[in-house]
Each structure stands twice: as C-alpha cells, then as structure tokens.
Design a protein around this ligand. Structure first.
Ligand SMILES: O=C(O)[C@H](O)[C@@H](O)[C@H](O)[C@H](O)COP(=O)(O)O
Length: 243
C-alpha cells in the first residue's frame, strides 16, 4: 500500500483529482472507456468537488467514462442521502456525462426489493470486464463501501454475488447496496481516502493489518487491494496514529 500524505482534507481531494484526471486522460488517449467506482462520505464528496472544479477537467471526455458506486443507500432516487446525489451536485453538474454509462443503484422507490436491487446491480457489475479505479472512503471503524467489520458479507469469497444487500448497517441509513469485496478487488487501482483525527485509529489498524497479510479478521479497508496498486490518500491528522 502506497501512502500519499497531504496537509489537510482539501489537499487530499486536490491530489486525488489531479491523479484521477491524469489517469482518465491517459486511458482515453488509448481509446478506452475508463471505469471509475465512486464512493460516498465526506472524503468522496471532497474529491468529487475537486474534480468538478478542476481547471483541467476539460482534458477528458466525461461522456466516455463509466461510473459505478461502491455502495448506495437504500433511499428514494434523488434523496439527499444518496451517494449518487453527491456526484450529481459536485461533478455531473459541471461536466457532460452519458447517462447510459452512469450506473446508479435503483432507488428504494423503483418498485424493487432491496435484494432485487442488489441482484440487478450485481449482474451489471459482473458484466463490466475492467475497473480502472475504485475510490473508497474509510470509516472510523475501518469500513469501506458498506462492508463493515465483523459482518458476514466480509466472509463472502469469490463465489459471492458482485453486489450485496445490507441491512442493519451500523452507519445510517440502515439499508444499503454494496459492492462485494471481490468486486472492489477487481479494480486495477484501489484508492482509500481517510482524513481527520477521527480516522487515525482505523488508519493505524488498517496499515498494520495490510502489512500483516490482511487475513479474514483484518479491517475491511485492509482487505481491499487493487490488482495494480493500492493507495491510501490521507492527511497528517489521519496518519497521526502511527507515531
Ligand atoms: O455510503 C457511505 O456512507 C460511504 O460510502 C461510506 O463508505 C463512506 O465512504 C465512509 O463511511 C467514510 O465516510 P466519511 O468520509 O464521511 O468519513
């Protein structure tokens, strides 16, 4: 795991936006349609805002980028608590995307059960053959997406569905759809985002878990790793737990 340390949360977001733009531009230069998995949370929101405000956002064709979400809250489409709403407000309002490539999880008002929505998303994700970057905010308990410590979803191995229904989430709202670990781990690059002193304990533990081989009892944030790279984007406060 590479650690990219920055002075504060805005500097972390700016650095992620810079690197992501460069990656998207390089992939499009080789005629690819890059695939990015977005995240919720304040870290994710700041990164999206930095992207949407980036002076070089015009260097990429946003209509030729495929977007997924690492997780989504089971609330109606357009609800303020939706993770895709963060992207709508911070980024998609500033660039032109192709809605057919923006893969939103069904809203709880779509007439599907939570399980059916998770199954539908799993089928969609299973059909995507390459994921370039998966952005993951890290929770204070070391969760990523809606994969929380000690939950059975973490034990679901390679035979698990690509996306899962989550009930009784310790982080409200209680019901969510999340990508499974194995889906996040298909990403070439897994980028973890953690800022603030509140994340210091989780960051210290995830670094130790990752260094120790990230067995089944490791934090969820330690169990995600890109096939090409894993980067922890953090500020000094979140990294303060190791000194
Ligand atoms: O749906 C969600 O809540 C997010 O996807 C979640 O995984 C988030 O990224 C972490 O909880 C970190 O959130 P903060 O960056 O706000 O601490």
């Amino acid at each position: 795991m590479r650690i990219s340390e920055h002075p504060d949360p805005d500097a972390v977001a700016a650095a992620i936006a810079d690197e992501l733009l460069g990656l998207l531009r390089d992939r499009q230069r080789s005629d690819a349609v890059p695939v990015v998995v977005l995240t919720g949370g304040t870290g994710g929101a700041r990164a999206l805002a930095a992207l949407g405000a980036h002076p070089r956002r015009g260097d990429v064709d946003w209509r030729r980028i495929r977007f997924l979400w690492g997780d989504e809250r089971w609330v109606p489409a357009g609800h303020p608590e939706r993770n895709d709403r963060l992207a709508d407000e911070a980024l998609f309002s500033r660039v032109e995307t192709d809605p057919a490539l923006v893969h939103r999880v069904a809203g709880s008002d779509a007439g599907l059960s939570l399980e059916d929505a998770a199954r539908a998303y799993a089928e969609l994700v299973a059909g995507i053959d390459r994921i370039d970057v998966a952005l993951n905010g890290v929770g204070e308990d070391g969760h990523v997406a809606s994969l929380f410590p000690g939950r059975p979803e973490l034990l679901a191995g390679e035979t698990a569905p690509a996306a899962l229904a989550i009930r009784e989430s310790p982080k409200p709202p209680p019901e969510r759809v999340t990508l499974a670990l194995r889906s996040l781990n298909r990403a070439e690059r897994v980028w973890l985002v953690a800022t603030g002193a509140g994340k210091a304990a989780a960051v210290a533990r995830l670094r130790a878990d990752a260094a120790g081989g990230a067995g089944p009892d490791a934090l969820p944030a330690a169990r995600v790793a890109g096939t090409r790279e894993t980067v922890l984007w953090a500020d000094a406060a979140a990294l303060s737990g190791m000194h």
